[in-house]
Design a protein. Structure first.
Length: 74
């Protein structure tokens, strides 16, 4: 997979904390930032999925159990 450069400005305190964190733990800053971005994107995707689920209809649990018993699956 190809790589692209990302340039951004962040608060100096945040950058200093990132530098210290990565240096203390032996992480590469590029990898840390990429992982953080991927985690955040996944989090937003999960939130989107939850919003869709809230709009779905649902059946009462006792109804589901009853149907499973009738069909012999339970």
């Amino acid at each position: 997979m190809g790589a692209k450069q990302l340039a951004t400005k962040i608060d100096a305190r945040v950058k200093d904390a990132l530098d210290d964190f990565c240096e203390e733990r032996g992480y590469k800053i590029n990898r840390f930032v990429e992982d953080a971005i991927l985690d955040k994107l996944e989090e937003f995707e999960d939130i989107s999925d939850l919003r869709k689920l809230r709009n779905e209809s649902f059946r009462d649990f006792s109804e589901v159990l009853s149907e499973l018993k009738k069909s012999g699956k339970l």
